[in-house]
Design a protein around this ligand. Structure first.
Ligand code: T4K
Length: 359
């Protein structure tokens, strides 16, 4: 079998990107909120159905900007089952992550356990919609309102997800998304911040461009989170393919589900949400079984990924280790199978057969 990786970036026919590259040459404008970046923001707001959105350089800086814009201090309650960028952004911004265990089915932070973790130093909840599956946003908002906390959603995986017919990006004070090459919809490198309130978006806009400039001086702190016209060009082409990408990923997921349903467990999806099939996580009975399957697939040139192992709560060298039972259990048994637009359906079938053979 040809080498199969866990994912592969979507690429449209080259000429389509070249049309936009020609515009870049005509405009002689490469970055700093150029015309293509602005056009992309407008198209994305219309596509997603949100108003307050900014295109930024990646999903990690989007999280850092969110923490900065909301003025968060002290402790931030978060999930230990996520990409390391979720925790890093908290620490980078000088706050302390407080890990709360996940639910075994949804793989998201357990709202029932959030309240116990709140102290007088808690300023916010930063939760990830893991693999695109929406958190219990209603329960989380209730807790936040009761304790006067801000809510940030790391929606890095959640492009094209709706909850109760609204974009999932509309929940929380700020949602962030990653548009990295490995994502469902991408701009090579890139990210989004979506704010509930206009004033917060204004702050995020200043932060993206080195802070607020006033006449000859600077009036607030900022960073460089702008993205380039080349990245915007990728996004402007790729947005036209979202429907086809979704369709193909759905077909691949249905093959895995049908073939593997008796042998592994799947993530329990939020009943009120759509799906984007951005990852295909499977939960094995034991870590030993996972390791056996992973190795067997590798012998057949198929490379899966242990997203997200190890648990962030027990493995970061600069933090005291906390053992959270559900997170330890899931992170040791969860394996993401290859899923991407170019993957032939026959390969998904073959991968499933190899897994069944091995189990
Ligand atoms: N929050 C969450 C929940 C996230 O998952 C992420 C990122 C973030 C925040 C931060 O967003 P960004 O700052 O990244 O925008 C990858 C991605 O780099 C990362 O974006 C993603 N999450 C994470 C889950 O996965 P790695 O270290 O696994 O990437 P890498 O280079 O090993 O690539 C993964 C697979 O994709 C490999 O099999 C190779 C293949 N690949 C990769 C690239 C870049 C390609 O075939 N072509 C390519 O161009 O982190």
């Amino acid at each position: 079998m040809n080498k199969i990786l866990v994912t592969k970036p979507f690429l449209a026919p080259r000429e389509e990107y070249e049309t936009y590259f020609n515009k870049i040459w005509d405009n002689q404008w490469l970055t700093n909120m150029g015309p293509l970046a602005v056009e992309l923001e407008e198209k994305l707001m219309a596509h997603i159905g949100v108003k307050n959105l900014l295109f930024v350089s990646n999903g990690t800086i989007a999280l850092q900007m969110a923490i900065k814009a909301l003025g968060l201090k002290g402790e931030i309650i978060t999930t230990p089952f996520s990409f390391v960028a979720t925790t890093h952004s908290i620490v980078w911004e000088g706050c302390t992550p407080v890990f709360v265990d996940i639910q075994i089915g949804s793989l998201n932070i357990d709202p029932k356990k959030i309240e116990e973790a709140i102290t007088e130093n808690t300023s916010a909840i930063l939760a990830t919609h893991i693999f695109g599956n929406p958190c219990d946003v209603e329960a989380i908002q209730k807790i936040a309102d009761k304790h006067n906390l801000k809510v940030i959603y790391d929606a890095a995986h959640a492009f094209e997800i709706n909850f109760k017919d609204k974009s999932i990006f509309e929940f929380g004070d700020i949602s962030t998304c990653s548009l990295h090459a490995t994502k469902f919809y991408h701009t090579g490198e890139g990210g989004l911040v979506i704010a509930k309130h206009k004033e917060v978006l204004k702050k995020l806009g200043y932060i993206r461009n080195h802070g607020l400039h006033e006449k000859e001086g600077f009036a607030s702190i900022g960073t460089n989170a702008k993205n380039s016209e080349f990245h915007a060009a990728l996004g402007l082409v790729n947005i036209n393919y979202v429907g086809q990408i979704l369709q193909k990923r759905k077909q691949l997921a249905e093959i895995y589900e049908l073939q593997l349903q008796d042998k592994v467990k799947f993530q329990t999806w939020n009943n009120d949400a759509s799906k984007n099939y951005c990852y295909f996580p499977v939960i094995f009975k034991t870590e030993q079984e996972l390791l056996r399957v992973k190795e067997y697939l590798e012998q057949n040139n198929i490379f899966t990924r242990r997203y997200f192992y190890p648990s962030l709560a027990s493995s970061l060298p600069y933090m005291p280790a906390v053992f959270l039972p559900n997170t330890e259990s899931i992170s040791t048994r969860c394996l993401c199978l290859p899923i991407y637009f170019d993957l032939p359906l026959s390969d998904a079938k073959k991968i499933s057969e190899l897994i069944l053979e091995c189990i």
